[in-house]
Design a protein around this ligand. Structure first.
Ligand code: ADP
Ligand code: MG
Length: 594
């Protein structure tokens, strides 16, 4: 068979289509290029309309600077740009596009119509092209700004058209792009009309909170923390969600580096690590952060379709992003406060029964407990001695200086403890509190590479199923790291001769089996850190339950440990460990103050 054909240079149109295919992959790319151009043109209002997910029509209208009549044709020429003049400009680039390929590419794979007028020009210009071939260039009356109409994308590349995603998929990808653009440009009013319906609208009043409200709703908008940090070469600004508005995936992690929405594993990791201990497992925060990094430190020569950037000094970037968020998160005591309702006529508030409500969970900045000893503490009764056996329940691991002052007043429903602390009343869930203490301690031990084991004599013998045996073989290291000692007992049996001290006496046999089951469902290659996190989270099962008796002394030591936690206010599953009511709230309730 003759497989060889003679070598020939491709005709310019084919070359153009191939090149265009690299810039314009789908309707999403057209919208991105056109809207970025509109932003670069200094617009304050941009409307995007799509039909059939952008396949049959994309319209982008802006009120920006417009294109001079004499440059319209040039704008559609390959590598024609007003944004850079030479390679040297690349490191200083502040506009979104600069390669000068978008318009020529779009035009070569669709039917394009452009109407544009500069501010001071008397008339506008209309330009029409099909498949890159000019059909019209004429004077028209037009408002200031630019409108692009892109019809029948890939009409001349049937193969590409066939592989197009569904209009629905494309439409939602475009919406998500527009959300990101709107978030990062709060001074621009965006409107998106999809299949004839308004799908997104922002006010453009330069208030980022308003944009967040428009895009994500009240729940998120009311639970934001402000971040602002200037490291010189890196400046960060924006909002992050309080832990109570986390999500099960990363879709709400928005950040913009030098104006671009990107996905960076490095930045995601620094954000997620900062939230560590504030969020439950597999929960991700909401963020809307702009990060400006010195142009010299970021590789801006990015492919138009790739949303990745290269950093010159990734470690520093990690540390700084992490540090800025951590500082904000740690400053706030994220305890859901009991809100006193607004003063109402006395009769009505009597009817309402004045029950304590745990919502809405809004936190206010408060100072951390002061380490001063209180007079009431001096006369308190001796706490039982710490022994290995009760290490978990009475693990007083820190010094008398650091002891937070609080007064335990009693317990209700055998579950919730009433605690007075400075100017507030706390209701503490003993189960959630204990979970938190065990979890943080295990995580801390892991970090410090400490192993605390409690030897059992005799140990307990377990017969394992084949799945359990495999899970144990796969993750044996991890068990050892956590403090287990496991011996072969012959056949399918193992003997557990030591368990992590933190769960000793709390049903360790059942816990061990549950842990094995959990690990059996995981992939062998799951990262050790992730596994350990699971172990720690599961260990919370060993925590004392509500309704389980706890002496005052035991609870007191639990409270002390709780306050020594990095974040005492949420259990590893994200539930509050305590709710609080301030003196002020009480006084409002009793109408001492209005
Ligand atoms: P680039 O954006 O990389 O410069 P494009 O092909 O996207 O290249 O656009 C070419 C040029 O056309 C831009 O540099 C700009 O001068 C002009 N232009 C494109 N869109 C607009 C617009 N909406 N308003 C004003 N000028 C525009
Ligand atoms: Mg462009």
């Amino acid at each position: 068979m003759d497989v060889r054909k003679e070598i020939r240079v491709l005709d310019p149109q084919t070359v153009g289509k191939i090149a265009a295919g690299e810039v314009i992959e789908r309707p999403l790319s057209v919208v991105k290029e056109l809207v970025e151009n509109a932003i670069d043109a200094g617009s304050t209002a941009i409307t995007v309309e799509i039909r059939d997910g952008g396949i049959s029509l994309i319209r982008v209208t802006d009120n920006g600077c417009g294109i001079p009549a004499g440059e319209v044709r040039l704008a559609f020429t390959e590598h024609a740009t007003s944004k850079i003049r030479s390679l040297d400009d690349l490191s200083r680039i502040s506009s979104l596009g600069f390669r000068g390929e978008a318009l020529s590419s779009i035009a070569s794979v669709s039917r394009v119509e452009l109407i544009t007028k500069e501010k001071d020009a008397l008339t506008g210009v209309r330009y029409v092209a099909e498949g890159g071939k000019e059909l019209a260039l004429e004077e028209v009356g037009a408002p200031q700004g630019t409108t692009f109409l892109v019809r029948d994308l890939f009409y001349n590349i049937p193969a590409r058209r066939k592989f197009m995603k569904s209009a629905r998929t494309e439409g939602s990808a475009i919406l998500s792009l527009m959300e990101h653009l709107a978030l990062s440009h709060d001074g621009i009013s965006f409107q998106v009309i999809s299949e004839g319906r308004s799908a997104l609208q922002t006010g453009g009043n330069s208030n980022p909170k308003d944009v967040i409200y428009h895009l994500y709703g009240r729940d998120i908008a009311e639970n934001l923390l402000y971040v602002e940090k200037d490291y010189g070469h890196l400046v960060m600004r924006g909002f992050i969600g309080k832990p109570n508005v986390s999500r099960g995936n990363r879709n709400f992690e928005n950040y913009f580096v030098n104006g671009r929405f990107i996905k960076s594993p490095l930045i995601s990791k620094s954000i997620e690590d900062a939230y560590h201990s504030f969020l439950m497992l597999h929960q991700y925060p909401f963020t809307a952060l702009t990060i400006e990094i010195d142009g010299q430190e970021v590789d801006v020569n990015v492919h138009p379709q790739k949303m990745e950037l290269k950093f010159q000094d990734p470690e520093t970037i990690y540390e700084e992003v992490y540090g800025a968020l951590r500082q904000v998160l740690e400053q706030k005591e994220l305890i859901p406060e009991v809100q006193a309702p607004a003063p109402a006529p006395v009769k009505e508030s009597l009817k309402e029964g004045s029950s304590i409500q745990a919502e809405p969970p809004i936190s206010k900045p408060q100072s951390r407990p002061q380490p001063l000893p209180e007079p009431f503490e001096t006369g308190r009764k001796e706490l039982p001695k710490i022994t290995k056996e009760n290490q978990l329940r009475l693990n007083l691991e820190y010094e008398e200086e650091t002891k937070p002052k609080f007064k335990i007043l009693g317990q209700v429903f055998r579950t919730y403890w009433i605690v007075e602390q400075e100017e507030r009343l706390l209701l503490v869930d003993q189960h959630a509190a204990h979970e938190k203490v065990i979890f943080e301690r295990l995580m801390q031990r892991k970090r410090q590479k400490e192993v605390y084991s409690q030897t059992l004599s005799p140990g307990f013998v377990l017969t394992l199923s084949p799945t359990e045996q495999t899970a144990l073989a796969d993750h044996k290291e991890l068990f050892l790291e956590a403090g287990y000692e496991i011996e072969d007992f012959g056949g399918n049996s193992v003997e557990i001769t030591a368990v992590p001290a933190d769960i000793y006496g709390l049903g360790e046999k059942q816990y061990f089996l549950e842990l094995l089951d959990e690990l059996a469902t995981l992939h062998k290659k799951t990262e050790t850190d992730e596994l350990y996190l699971r172990i720690a989270t599961m260990s919370c099962k060993a925590a004392i339950k509500g309704n389980q008796d706890l002496s005052v002394a035991e609870f007191e030591s639990l409270m002390e440990q709780l306050f020594a936690c990095e974040n005492p206010y949420q259990c590893p599953h994200g539930r509050p460990t305590m709710i609080s009511m301030t003196r002020y709230d009480l006084e409002r309730k009793f109408k001492r103050i209005v």
